[in-house]
Write a protein that binds this ligand. Structure first.
Ligand SMILES: C[S@@+](CC[C@H](N)C(=O)[O-])C[C@H]1O[C@@H](n2cnc3c(N)ncnc32)[C@H](O)[C@@H]1O
Length: 348
């Protein structure tokens, strides 16, 4: 089968998928830690960005708080909300200025946790459960990288797909003729690359972006992931293109243990830009450091530093430790060699 089908089955099979059927995966006790798990300020700062698109803030009229500019309701949506660590502070910061808040999650364990923590949010399994035609402000952190991607390799005769086959009872990677849509995507996003180049083909990301624009009225997006332009992604081997996370370790054998590990790929920013442009949107891509600094991260760090000094001077050890830990967590979110290097694709 093509690799994207294999990835979809491993992550989202209703009975055995790593996300759909397993326990809650994100968090310090789960399999990986993401920015929202580091500090609630991540959700708060995204909330500051989101608030700009609330009709209440945009138009300054109470009467239009629940209605968009064309008369449609404007809703705040988090897709792939995981443990809810982003949603809780996002709602605290911005929930009050939107008509409704939705959390969309394919994992049933995650949906239960989110619903318990956020009684005011509508927790759903798919975008199809949100009314069509509403204006949407949509946030997704580390979700596009978990959408099934195909793998392709440039051969002497054009693009071949890398799929998963059975050999002597074991699953193995195998080459197969590329599907039309894969060839089209590769030609458009990668163009001419040297023979042997392996690439990920993010058809599911493109389809998801187009469904967002089709379903909703006015769309504002904040999509955060580790990603890179096509040129930077081309030319790596399958081992570095496809990554796994299980129990905070990488390098799990995803071919021999389907469904037992997270499978993730770097997001191709040119593919995202192309899909948004096709849907009629314009994207601004910056890194997480710049995005959070735009929302006021440096001022928060400065305030925590001042609190740390003042509480230290007053001998208030517990408060000093609290301020210090808040500062360190904020610094981790904007660290240019870590989370700060993630990319943020914005449709504003
Ligand atoms: C790596 S986790 C990130 C969780 C959370 N956003 C965070 O930052 O901690 C990816 C999550 O996205 C969910 N997911 C993937 N594709 C999705 C989709 N199309 N719709 C809703 N949820 C999705 C998975 O079930 C998983 O919980």
């Amino acid at each position: 089968m093509p690799f994207d089908e294999y990835m979809a089955a491993c992550l989202y099979d209703p009975d055995d998928g790593f996300f759909s059927a397993g326990p809650l995966r994100s968090g310090k006790t789960g399999d990986f830690v993401t920015s929202p798990e580091i500090s609630p300020w991540f959700g708060r700062l995204i909330g500051r960005w989101a608030k700009r698109f609330s009709p209440l803030v945009e138009q300054g009229e109470m009467a239009r708080a629940m209605r968009g500019s064309e008369g449609a309701t404007r809703v705040l949506i988090e897709v792939g909300a995981g443990s809810g660590a982003l949603l809780v502070p996002l709602i605290a910061e911005a929930g009050g200025v939107f008509g409704e808040v939705y959390a969309v999650e394919m994992s049933s364990a995650a949906r239960s946790r989110i619903a318990d923590q956020n009684p005011t949010a509508n927790v759903v399994a798919s975008l199809d459960e949100i009314p069509e035609g509403v204006d949407a402000v949509l946030v997704a952190n580390e979700v596009l990288d978990n959408m099934p991607a195909a793998l392709a390799r440039r051969s002497d005769d054009g693009w071949m797909e890398i799929g998963v086959g059975v050999d002597g009872g074991d699953l193995r990677l195998t080459e197969m003729p590329a599907r039309e849509e894969v060839i089209e995507w590769c030609d458009e996003v990668f163009g001419d690359v040297p023979v042997g180049t392996v690439v990920t083909v993010q058809l599911a990301v493109a389809e998801w972006i187009s469904s967002v624009f089709e379903r909703f009225g006015r769309v504002s997006l904040c999509l955060i992931d580790y990603g890179a332009p096509a040129e930077e992604l081309a030319g790596r081997g399958v081992e570095s293109v496809v990554r796994t996370y299980r129990g905070h370790q990488t390098g799990f054998d995803w071919l021999q243990h389907p469904g037992d590990t997270d499978i993730t790929v770097d997001v191709n920013l040119d593919g995202v830009t192309m899909a948004i442009a096709r849907a009629g949107g314009t994207v601004r891509v910056i890194n997480q450091n710049d995005f959070l600094v735009e929302q006021g991260a440096n001022e928060l760090i400065e305030r925590a530093r001042r609190d740390e000094r003042e509480t230290a001077g007053a001998g208030e050890i517990m408060d000093q430790l609290k301020a210090r830990s808040e500062r360190i967590d904020l610094e981790a979110l904007i660290d240019p060699t870590g989370f700060g290097a993630f990319t943020v694709s914005l449709v504003e």
